[in-house]
Write a protein that binds this ligand. Sequence first.
Ligand code: XMP
Length: 519
Amino acid sequence: MTQHQRLLIIDFGSQVTQLIARRLRELNVYCEIHPFNSVTDASLREMAPQAVILSGGPASVTQDDSPRAPQAVFDMGVPVFGICYGQQVMMEQLGGSVEAGHHAEYGRAFIAPAPGHKADGIFSGLFDTGREEVWMSHGDRVTSLAPGFEVIGTSPNAPMAMIADETRHFYAVQFHPEVHHTPNGRTMLENFVRLAGFTGDWTMASYKDEAIRKIREQVGDRKVICGLSGGVDSSVAAVLIHEAIGDQLTCVFVDHGLLRLNEGDEVVKMFRDNYNIPLIAADEADLFLGQLEGVSDPETKRKIIGGLFIDVFQKYATQIEGADFLAQGTLYPDVIESVSFSGGPSVTIKSHHNVGGLPEKMGLKLVEPLRELFKDEVRELGRELGLPASFIGRHPFPGPGLAIRCPGEITREKLEILRKADAVFIDQIRKHGLYDDIWQAFVAILPVRTVGVMGDGRTYDFACALRAVNSVDGMTADYYPFTHEFLGETATRIINEVKGINRCTYDITSKPPGTIEWE
Ligand code: XMP
């Protein structure tokens, strides 16, 4: 458990709850998100947060059985900040009242301090221009205040936009300070955490030291195995664990024959040569490519690769005597148990490849030192650990590798062509100084041959598609707006330098409706 001052966010199911955590982490405040239905008065007291934030949510407090906060939130004597639904819950539970939605309000609004309230306390550094832009998204509104509360900020449509009981440090707002559309929302949250006594003790250097101590405590003198993909998460996890327990860690890197040009060598060089981390590099290309022969259905490809990966990993892992632990680069967004009001399970768009199920099968315990971190925090930790910038800034690469960038049947010939084309595209991007601007870029080789003319001869070769996207988290994405000159130059280079490709297209589909990968 963390030694830091801790803030608890109670999630009522808002789409943007994670952003509250992001803003607080930016302020060096350690926080955890817990769904409203997983916290009780007892667990809350045990957790002993120094402050609580109640998130927004889609329900209406006026409905029967709508979510409530554990009463202890208000009885523990800690500062509380309610956002949107969180504001309404506070009023409902503390003796005010809320009316259901005849006056829905969505989008931009401006708030101003109520008469007699000036720019200090929760308003420090705000209202330079007399008003603040905020983002509203709510159906219900507070109609009468709970005892002890007063209005401190209003907007033309929301007379109780911001309310407070300043003696108890209870604040509640009708708008969303956590979103970018509330430009100074972060200042408001900063004021709240300062009022709550947070000193900003959550820094990467302190996190690193603490994580190392925890790994040593958990592992003792036993051994850990770590599946290395060459991606940022597993790499950072491996280097961190190695710093904690040295040679008690062994990494297993499976080359499934679906890696990019020189990728296998680079990963091995980096870990074995630079870091001296014990590493088993397993060349299993024949096995994977053999099983994939003749397979063109995307889900079947993914299932074959996922299944084989587990078998192969297990084969090598059992060679390491005394291994009790499996290290994984699980991140905080993977662990947050979000509140779903939709009921049923969501549709599987793609079966993601991971080593799920392996720990139980092999009787291994998990070491997950990145469980509390967001992706950009993992990168920061990587920097703190001295990983080269080029490694930390690498674009994401999917577990099934080039298999899902080769629609239709996978052949060694196509993979060879694809590797070369991809290398030229990435080289172009680097030469033009665009690599760090782009979230992910790659080439897909298409299962069609097209006719071309080169010199005086006819060609009948593969077409390829370039893909480059901007994204924040891979959930949504937009194509990268290269110039026509860049695209023209890149197509010419690929067709001239890569034998087997005679046509080049640029994929300008956003996600949704497309996905980033082609399969
Ligand atoms: P899609 O294609 O679903 O991809 O829009 C979103 C992001 O996830 C990556 N991706 C994967 N990563 N295992 C992974 O580790 C997988 O099976 C997998 N499939 C897609 C993809 O590269 C993109 O960054």
